[in-house]
Design a protein around this ligand. Sequence first.
Ligand SMILES: [Zn+2]
Ligand SMILES: [Zn+2]
Ligand SMILES: [Zn+2]
Length: 429
Amino acid sequence: MALKLERFVCPGKGNGLRANQRVLAGELLYTAEPLACCVSSQCRNVVCHSCFSRHETLLRCSQCKVARYCDVTCQKRAWSIHKRECKCLLSLHPRIPTDSVRLAARIIFRLLCPSQMTPQLYSFEEHESHLCDMGEEKREGLSQLSSMLQLYLKQEQPDIIQKVPSFDPISLLAKVTCNCFTISDAELQEIGVGLYPSMSLLNHDCRPSCVMLFQGKTLQLRAIRDIQPTEEVTISYIGVLLPTRERQTQLMEQYHFSCQCGLCSTAELDPLMFCGVKEAWTPMKEAIPRLEILQTNGNWEELLQECSSLLAPVGGAVPAVPDSNVYRLRVTDLAFDACINLARWETALAYGLKTLGPYRQYYPDPHPAHAIQLMRVAKLQHFLVHLEDAQHTLRLAYDIMKITHGNEHSLTSDLIRKLEECLAEMDCK
Ligand SMILES: [Zn+2]
Ligand SMILES: [Zn+2]
Ligand SMILES: [Zn+2]
């Protein structure tokens, strides 16, 4: 397959990628294996460190006791990459360095064996570190990570950092934090971090032309709308369910640039995001960080209680906040998640249905998050034997997934199977 992407210098943005011919919505533009990657600490016991699939029980590396694998085949396949890291992990046991330190170490090991590298549109040496854009606090954080990295590598090869030409650990870690991608599973939950050098050329747009998905640790870049020859190809670095100011703050803090995209200059979605009476949605906005901690800790009862009291306060005199309000939507989503985890299917479905209208408004282009939300609702409808509704929702999900995931993706096959099941059950009635 001829590459339809080429590197170019984009005025005002630096390096970028553009199409060198016409691209159609749904086309797979690029598939990439990581230069280096690692499983996130939070799921290191349930995700295979070789193929990145999720399992309840995994085989453990008998030496470092950190790396876990599906089976001996996965373990053998990973050994050439894990071998040096294994000694480092063992030397720090029971401490485990942060994801960025483990990833940086794996990048160093990789750069020491240039023979194994596949050609890229963009080399790691060219990656930007944005060190001079960083504030004091961030630099301090990096220098702590750098001490950790050196301690971590000490056992394996004390002078390893000197062996990689022109790298000091701080700029290496800065490059890693600015350029690594979150590897997510089919439900879009984070399972790892990885560096895909050519893909680091992609610039951000709050309404991008492409999306990135993963199958295991293989990255797939797909067009979500038609792209003209020489048009820049973009992705969104952040979630889109945020008002303009919040998106811009996040982009500045994390990626060090001020977004000038079309959506940011018109801020056209902001009135919808802020709809309703401000005094009524402010408590929802303020509660979100606290609610997200409850979600992370799996404190579902408490989460559901807090969400439901925010969404339907007793007394009735409180001014309404429409479902489309972005903070109300976030709280509804959290309530939806809590109900699923508490197996309260009917209530879950009621919350899920409330999110679908707003999702349609906020995702005018095909987006994986929208498809996943439809899938979750459809599964509940199917389970509760609302078969007509379920097949309708599955079809809506399919219309998005054929573009964002493609027909070969395992999740698309799952969806088609579910739809067939649903239709067969309807026939039996
Ligand atoms: Zn595996
Ligand atoms: Zn090991
Ligand atoms: Zn923007």
